[in-house]
Design a protein around this ligand. Structure first.
Ligand code: PMP
Length: 377
C-alpha cells in the first residue's frame, strides 16, 4: 500500500478510536421539518433552516424561474462575467435589512470570512477574537497573518485587558465575535463590545450567521457578516458595511475575486426569502418561541436563541442519546470535539417556525425521562 493510503487509514483508525470519525448519512428532505434517513421518516431538530424557507413554494419557484431565465451557473467570477442581474438586487435587500450603505455577497459564509478578515488586517495588525467564535472566523484570522489574541467567551474584562496590552503596538485592530454562538445558542454582548472597540480604535466585526433574520443583534456594528444558508434558506455569505469598505472587499477579497459567482437560482431564492421575511415579522419570532416552549417543558433556563444545547460530556454519551432519539423518530445530531471543546459533547437542538408543539412536548419528555434522568440514577 502506498504511504498516502497508509497515512489516511492510520489517521482514520485513531479518530475512530476516539469516536471522532465522521460519516455521511443521506438525508432526504420531505417538507419543512421532516426528513427521510436510511428510508425512515424523522422529525428534524438539527437543521439551520430556522424559518423553513428552503421548502417554501415561493422560494423554490423563484429558484426555478431564475434558473430557466439565466441558467444553472454563473459561469465565472463576478468580476469577469458572472455578475448576473440578481446580485445587485440581493445586495440591495441585505444592505436595507442591516441598515448599511451596501453589501457584498460571497459564495458562502465560510468564504466570506476567509475573504473579509485578510482584506482588512494583516501582518503588523491585531485580531482579538472570542474563544468560541466560528471556525471560519478563526481561519480568516490565521490566513491574515495578524497577531491573534483570544479572549475568554463573552468576557468583556478580558477583551478590555487584551486591547489595553496589545492595541498600541499594532497598526490596525479587529475585534471578532459571533452574534449568536452556534454550538451554545447564547448571544454576544454586542453593544458592550462595540463600546470597547470604539474606545480602543478597533473595528468590530460580527458573524451573525445564526442571528440574521432570526432575531439577532440590532446594535450598530460597522462590519456585519452573515449567511444566506440558515434562516434565509438558500446559500451564500455576505458582508454589510459602508460603501468604501464594500468597494475595497470587492476589489481585494480573494474568495470574491477568484471564485465563481453563486448560481442565479440560489441568488433568486435568497431574494424571495428576504421578501417573505420582510413581509412577515411574526415569522422571525417563531423559532425562539418554539425553543422557549421546549426549555420550559424541561425546566431549563429560557433560551437566548433558537439553538439549545444539551451538554452530555463524552462523545459516546452524546452519540448514544442521538441514537435513542432517532429510534423514537427524531433527528438530533450529536456534536463532538473538535467542533466543541473536549468534555462538552452535546445534543444540539435547533427549533424552527414549522415545528409542532406536540412534537416538541414529546421530544422534551423523552429527553427528560430517558436521557437526563437516566444518567442521574
Ligand atoms: N459562521 C457561523 C457562526 C456558522 O455557524 C457558519 C455555518 N455553520 C458559518 C459562518 C458558515 O456559513 P456557510 O454555511 O454559509 O458557509
Amino acid at each position: 500500500m502506498d504511504t498516502l493510503e497508509r497515512f489516511a487509514e492510520a489517521k482514520l483508525a485513531a479518530l475512530s478510536e476516539q469516536q471522532l470519525r465522521r460519516t455521511l448519512h443521506e438525508t432526504a428532505p420531505c417538507g419543512p421539518v421532516r426528513v427521510k434517513r436510511n428510508g425512515r421518516p424523522l422529525i428534524s431538530f438539527c437543521s439551520n433552516d430556522y424559518l423553513n424557507l428552503s421548502q417554501h413554494p415561493a422560494v423554490k419557484r423563484a429558484a426555478v424561474e431564475a434558473t430557466e431565465r439565466w441558467g444553472a451557473g454563473a459561469g465565472s467570477s463576478r468580476l469577469v462575467t458572472g455578475n448576473h442581474p440578481l446580485f445587485a438586487e440581493l445586495e440591495r435587500r441585505l444592505a436595507r435589512l442591516k441598515g448599511t450603505d451596501d453589501a457584498c455577497v460571497f459564495g458562502s459564509g465560510y468564504l466570506a470570512n476567509l475573504g473579509i478578515v485578510p482584506t482588512l488586517v494583516g501582518a503588523g495588525d491585531l485580531i482579538v477574537a472570542d474563544e468560541l467564535s466560528h471556525a471560519c472566523l478563526r481561519a480568516g484570522a490565521a490566513l491574515s497573518r495578524s497577531h491573534v489574541e483570544i479572549f475568554r467567551h463573552n468576557d468583556l474584562d478580558h477583551v478590555e485587558d487584551l486591547l489595553a496590552t496589545h492595541r498600541a503596538s499594532h497598526e490596525r485592530a479587529l475585534l471578532l465575535t459571533d452574534g449568536v454562538f452556534s454550538m451554545d445558542g447564547d448571544l454576544a454582548p454586542v453593544a458592550a463590545l462595540a463600546e470597547i472597540a470604539a474606545a480602543h480604535d478597533t473595528w468590530l466585526m460580527t458573524d451573525d450567521a445564526h442571528g440574521s433574520a432570526c432575531g439577532g443583534a440590532k446594535t450598530e456594528v460597522p462590519l456585519q457578516m452573515g449567511t444566506l444558508s440558515k434562516a434565509v434558506g438558500s446559500y451564500g455569505g455576505y458582508l454589510c458595511a459602508s460603501q468604501a469598505v464594500i468597494d475595497l472587499i470587492r476589489t481585494r477579497a480573494r474568495p470574491f475575486i477568484y471564485s465563481t459567482g453563486l448560481p442565479p437560482g440560489v441568488v433568486a431564492a435568497g431574494i424571495a426569502a428576504l421578501d417573505l421575511i420582510a413581509n412577515d415579522p411574526g415569522l422571525v419570532a417563531a423559532p425562539l418561541r418554539k425553543a422557549a416552549f421546549f426549555c420550559a417543558r424541561l425546566n431549563l433556563p429560557a433560551p437566548e436563541s433558537c439553538i439549545v444545547p444539551i451538554l452530555l460530556g463524552e462523545p459516546e454519551r452524546a452519540l448514544a442519546a442521538s441514537r435513542l432519539l432517532e429510534d423514537e423518530g427524531f433527528l438530533v445530531t450529536a456534536i463532538r470535539p473538535p467542533t466543541v471543546p473536549e468534555g462538552t459533547a452535546r445534543l444540539r437542538l435547533t427549533f424552527s417556525a414549522g415545528h409542532d408543539d406536540a412534537d416538541i412536548e414529546w421530544l422534551a419528555d423523552i429527553v427528560r425521562e430517558r436521557i437526563l434522568d437516566h444518567d442521574e440514577r
